[in-house]
Design a protein around this ligand. Sequence first.
Ligand SMILES: C[S@@+](CC[C@H](N)C(=O)[O-])C[C@H]1O[C@@H](n2cnc3c(N)ncnc32)[C@H](O)[C@@H]1O
Length: 282
Amino acid sequence: MTNLYKKLAAIDERPSPFSQYTAAELWTDPHIARQMLKAHLNPNTDSASRRPSFIEASVNWLQARFNIGPDTHIADFGCGPGLYTTRLAQLGAEVTGIDFSANSLAYAKETAATHNLTIDYVHTNYIEYHSDKRFDLILLIYCDFCPLSPAQRQQLLTVFKAHLDDGGAIVLDVHSLVEFDQFEESMSYGRRQYGDFWTDEDYFDFIYKFKYEGEHVTLDKYSIFTPTREFEIYNWLQYFDQAFLTAEFATNGLTITDWYANVAGEPFDPQLPTMAIVAQKR
Ligand SMILES: C[S@@+](CC[C@H](N)C(=O)[O-])C[C@H]1O[C@@H](n2cnc3c(N)ncnc32)[C@H](O)[C@@H]1O
């Protein structure tokens, strides 16, 4: 029998920031992906996508801010079930949606077919995206820059820069230090604390919330034990201030030209938990 003390000690140990990457399991495990799709499509929660009213406001702002029309080439990185891509294609734009969730992409493709829209959906890890296409607008919406390690963020910015047309813009949002300050460490143990989110099987689970003060990083770590398997999900988040984000973009030859509160173009406010940027090639 495995020594229970050793197992508990391992679960209890504080991992070093970004030492494990489990985002693929989180988004592509067939059972979890179905739960995620339900969350994306639930108009009453912001858990996987923001609510429809925000998405409408966001697309309206993007349309006005970037003069989106038939000649606009847009790439939506982490497009999920296509809540933005569908609306952008309805404005006449040439839209590419990139995501590694086959389940969400299947829903997005079905929606496109229903509305008679042509949208290029690409099933891949966006950090490895490669295409001959060049875009006027690159989107990464719902703070998806934050779960990535510093090396992955560098790689993604390199991908963005390589696929940005001259004069094109990147729009993304991130968590701010205001949100970091509100995060509190905790630990809980129980039986099916997340109901059937992880699996239909019975399970016991540990939820650890770790905060890394120096790095401005947090981790929600889920250790899950079912009768047939055990697995761990690591949800890392990097939080940003303006100087840190500016420096990361500059290292990759990108300049942040505008700051907002969110991707609906509301005014930047340092007291808010998120901020959004527009960036261009230098
Ligand atoms: C928080 S959801 C946001 C979805 C969409 N942007 C929205 O706001 O409705 C994150 C999405 O990014 C996708 N994703 C996360 N990491 C990815 C990666 N490395 N490569 C491709 N897709 C990724 C997930 O599958 C998921 O659909």
